[in-house]
Design a binder for this molecule. Structure first.
Ligand code: HEM
Length: 568
């Protein structure tokens, strides 16, 4: 009996020590995990066997089960008790038990495309600061955004490790070291500043003109507008990332983008549990598509490097071709950056364009007012394929902002992490060392404290707030009986907090492609609205769109079936 209890007690001690080691040296190393999970019971068993202290009445299999059952069981209980206990550094923050216990719950929500809705509901239940994981907080209070994401803010969070499933060679978006991130970002800043964007204008115009040329052939049919926007955004971003060589991609485009699409659910899931992702990468079925996709991108990057490009593209800057005395970065960095441009820049922009048109087509008065602004801005015969007049379209900007507010293409924003060596004070809260923090943009965009009638698509709120109009009438919306909405409002009667509006995130690590995305949306919108009339497919239920808006880190484009006819 003594030998039995000695063995159990030793396993309990070992499990508690192992938990402390795991806590201290949080790592995704499979070798480390294996040693920590398999090693201690094996050592205890071997030592007791050498000393002849194993329970004699038990068969060998029973002893092994007892060793591992006790060790792993106590380790699990110790982890859960610590996470739920009052001594955990985040114990004072409210949140549901399941989410405080394990990130697997949020990973499940993410894989189901529901993360942003779940987090918003948690904020509605628990308030502005919610514990969404054992070591993670979600924040809905805009006054904390500057401290967390501003110039002296926090480093990037660990989620990108799980999305890309690599320890080293992380693309720029996931680099946690602040200095290294800013160093890598310099080439992106040069490649996407206003001078560079001017250089890309012909490229952008060429692709938008191609879209406008193709659409008439689709007249009289029902077309999925989301598909059209997916194609143009994919083409623009591949042009930017791989220059002329993107034409090579057009041949097997479907396969290439299908490879990317098939990865989003995995990426959403593993972004919450990166450690599990590294195990999954040992399974060829999971690792295969990612490797194949990266392999194709590598081919494009190498071809682009060897051939150069006649026109300047983003690759020109990422490859330091604008700084002849500077050597090219290593090829893996160029591949990572090329993939990042495609992933970060294409689906986000096409989702934004699709939501923009969905909002227009479901709000006829907004459609009419925008059409009038665009028609007044451009003379007959004048081209919409440049950015010269974009600054003269305030209503266009209001409609774009409002559709990005209601349907943000990256609904959760981006995770940050407090350094492990010191916590930070943000407003009245103290965030302990190592905590991952998300300023949850979807929750902020739809918080009535930031935007009155947040669920209502109402572009006029932006014009009111900037003083461009003195008052505006709230449109009819769900829950409102009056045909004319709830009456006329002045700006002072409304909540409108633009700090809480951050579809492109915030601070020095925000979206570097914001201006490119806005230029693309404005150019496509002006060109298509000038040339075509759009109508939703007869009988299609617009509620389908909201149902289809899923969040896999980047939102999916729901279907948008329309018919078109030529205006001019
Ligand atoms: C409507 C379209 C877009 C939206 C809503 C969007 C949104 C975002 C968001 C929320 C982030 C996270 C920033 C952070 O970590 O704080 C981001 C990062 C990024 N985006 Fe965009 N994006 C869009 C279009 C583009 C385009 C066209 C490009 C072109 C290359 C681009 C390139 C990037 C890059 C490179 C990053 C990483 C920035 C960094 O870590 O420093 N995005 N984007």
């Amino acid at each position: 009996m003594n030998a039995y209890w000695d063995l159990v007690l030793l396993c309990v001690y070992a499990a508690i020590v192992a938990h402390q080691i795991f806590r201290r040296y949080e790592t995704y190393s499979i070798a480390f995990h294996s040693v920590m999970l398999i090693g201690p019971p094996a050592i205890i068993g071997a030592v007791l066997w050498t000393l002849d202290c194993l329970p004699v009445e038990m068969p060998a299999l029973g002893v092994i089960s007892l060793l591992y059952g006790t060790y792993l069981g106590v380790l699990g209980v110790s982890i859960v008790a610590y996470r739920l206990g009052p001594w955990h550094p985040l114990a004072s923050f409210p949140g549901p038990v399941a989410f405080r216990t394990s990130k697997l719950w949020m990973a499940g929500c993410a894989a189901a495309g529901r993360e942003c809705f779940v987090v918003k509901a948690l904020h509605e239940e628990y308030g502005d600061v919610v514990r969404t994981g054992p070591n993670e907080l979600s924040i809905r209070d805009p006054s904390l955004v500057g401290r967390i994401m501003g110039a002296a803010g926090l480093q990037k969070g660990p989620n990108y490790l799980g999305m890309t499933l690599t320890h080293d060679g992380l693309p720029m978006v996931g680099i946690q070291d602040v200095d290294e991130h800013l160093r890598r970002r310099r080439s992106w800043n040069r490649g996407l500043n206003s001078a560079a964007l001017k250089e890309y204008e012909p490229l952008l115009a060429g692709r938008v003109a191609e879209l406008a040329r193709l659409l008439p052939t689709l007249q009289e049919k029902v077309i999925q507008l989301d598909d059209q926007f997916a194609q143009i955004s994919h083409k623009i971003m591949s042009d930017m990332a791989f220059g002329e060589n993107s034409k090579i991609m057009e041949g097997d485009q479907k396969k290439f983008w299908a490879q990317l699409d098939s990865g989003v659910i995995f990426a959403a899931f593993f972004s919450h549990v990166p450690w599990l992702g590294f195990y999954a990468m040992l399974i060829p079925l999971v690792a295969g598509p990612l490797q194949a996709f990266l392999g194709r991108c590598r081919e494009f990057a190498i071809k682009r490097m060897l051939q150069g490009s006649e026109k300047r593209d983003l690759f020109y800057y990422l490859n330091h071709e604008d700084q002849p005395n500077r050597p090219s970065p290593p090829i893996h960095q160029l591949v990572d950056d090329g993939v990042l441009a495609i992933v970060a820049g294409s689906d986000t922009t096409s989702t934004a364009l699709t939501s923009f048109f969905y909002c227009l087509l479901t709000h006829s008065e907004v459609y009419a007012a925008l059409l009038q602004e665009v028609d007044n801005c451009y003379q007959d015969g004048e081209t919409t394929l440049n950015t010269a007049r974009h600054g003269k379209l305030p209503y266009m900007d209001a409609v774009i902002n409002e559709s990005l507010r209601v349907f943000p293409p990256a609904p959760n924003g981006s995770l940050r992490q407090v350094p492990r060596n010191a916590g930070v004070h943000a407003g009245t809260i103290f965030i302990p060392p190592g905590t991952a923090v998300c300023c949850h943009l979807y929750s902020m965009h739809l918080d009535p404290g930031n935007f009155s009638y947040p669920e209502v698509f109402w572009p006029e709120r932006w014009l009111l707030a900037s003083g461009k109009i003195p008052s505006a009438t709230l449109p009819r919306h769900a829950g409102c009986d009056s045909e004319k909405g709830l009456g006329s409002f002045a700006a002072s009667a409304l909540n409108h907090n633009e700090v809480a509006f951050m579809p492109f995130s915030y601070g020095p690590m925000n979206c570097v492609g914001k201006n490119l995305a806005m230029a693309e949306i404005r150019m496509v919108a002006c060109t298509l609205l000038r040339q075509f009339d759009f109508r939703l497919q007869d009988g299609w239920d617009p509620a389908e769109y909201r149902r289809g808006f899923k969040d896999y880190g980047i939102a999916t484009r729901p279907r948008l079936p329309v018919t078109i006819s030529r205006r001019r």
